[in-house]
Design a protein around this ligand. Structure first.
Ligand SMILES: [Zn+2]
Length: 362
């Protein structure tokens, strides 16, 4: 689990584009038939979004308040506790039953209009226009803002959940942008339709992670805020890969290249609530999948056992180059860390190397 880090300029720009798209394209979408001229008027009619103390406000004040709350829902810092002011009203509305509840689900964009009783026209209209996420996802939505452009702007090139797959947006002649990333809804859209277009609920991820997560909404590490990474020397909240020999023989760095036959990989941690860490590693099958990276692990161990700590020190003196750098070169660990770009398996390699160094010191 690696963190999605956005620089303030990118963050501001994406929030602005996404909100404008939502405000002007989705909310102002014209309904072609009676009785609602726009999507906004539909929501206004069917969704309660003011509490009793706000009922006396003027129409324009209500409109401003509505957009303020909606903006918070669409581009606000995503809150898993549901403190978002709009969510409060959705929950208020959530107490409704039957037809009212169906209207609410429809108003919040994920479920299709075929659910709408007695409104066969809705289905046709919906299929033509789409709402919320379906509209955002459609590459032919006639707009220059969609999931592919979002992924490109976020610049997340490696799956934050597994750190095993590159997820690129690329251009293809006559076709336009294509994407190897998928958008995972951190809070699944089937259970939380109103978060379907919330910017910080959308996590670019690899198809494998997205497909194994699906509707699972267990408490896991949230990539826009957290990770398994040790962020600085004092950080006590992190998790890491650790090799364990099934035969319980302690590690010796002199024979590490023979270890993989009897190895088991664990994810262990400190600080991150245990349930959250366990949920995260189980949900994405991190231990099981990483255990299949025998080739990568073997290669790393072989490099380490051939060149070891002493040789690295000798080379460092001979070449007058810092030990840490020589070590990375020899072990094939990315050199350009600290840039925004991420490498697959980077954390895995670093964690295993740290363990080998510790074993070498003992
Ligand atoms: Zn993944």
């Amino acid at each position: 689990m690696i963190q999605i880090v956005l620089d303030p300029t990118t963050k501001k720009s994406i929030e602005q584009i996404h909100w404008n798209w939502f405000k002007f394209r989705v909310m102002q979408l014209k309904f072609s038939f009676f009785p609602f001229p726009t999507y906004y008027s539909y929501i206004k009619k069917h969704v309660v979004f003011f509490d009793s103390s706000e009922k006396k406000l003027s129409t324009s004040q209500k409109r401003r308040l509505f957009y303020k709350r909606l903006k918070n829902l669409v581009v606000g810092e995503f809150s898993e506790t549901g403190e978002n002011s709009f969510i409060r009203f959705i929950n208020l509305n959530g107490k409704k039953k039957g037809l009212e509840k169906k209207r609410l689900l429809i108003a919040f964009g994920y479920d299709d209009f075929s659910m709408m009783p007695g409104h066969s026209k809705w289905t046709t209209w919906y299929n033509k226009n789409k709402l919320w996420y379906d509209r955002f996802k459609a590459s032919n939505n006639g707009e220059d803002w969609n999931t592919k452009v979002l992924c490109e702007k976020l610049g997340v090139d490696v799956c934050p959940y597994c750190n095993r797959q590159y997820i690129y947006t690329y251009e293809r002649d006559n076709v336009g942008k294509k994407n190897t990333a998928e958008i995972d809804h951190f809070k699944p859209k089937s259970k939380y339709p109103y978060f379907s277009c919330s910017l910080y609920n959308m996590i670019p991820s690899c198809g494998i992670c997205n497909s194994i997560k699906r509707d699972d909404d267990r408490d896991i590490v949230y990539p826009y805020k957290e990770s398994f990474e040790k962020k600085n020397i004092l950080d006590k909240n992190f998790a890491f890969f650790r090799m364990r020999r099934k035969d319980k023989v302690p590690f010796k760095t002199t024979n590490v290249y023979r270890i993989p036959k009897t190895i088991k990989l664990d994810v262990v941690g400190s600080g991150i609530p245990k349930s959250r860490m366990d949920n995260s590693k189980e949900m994405f099958a991190l231990e099981e999948l990483y255990s299949r990276h025998e080739l990568d692990l073997n290669d790393l161990l072989l490099r380490y056992s051939l060149y070891g700590k002493l040789n690295i020190r000798a080379l460092s003196q001979l070449l007058k180059t810092p030990e840490a750098l020589i070590k990375k070169v020899i072990l094939g660990i990315p050199l350009q860390i600290g840039t925004k770009k991420e490498f697959v398996l980077r954390k895995f390699k670093e964690d295993i190397t740290r363990q080998l160094d510790e074993a070498a010191e003992n």
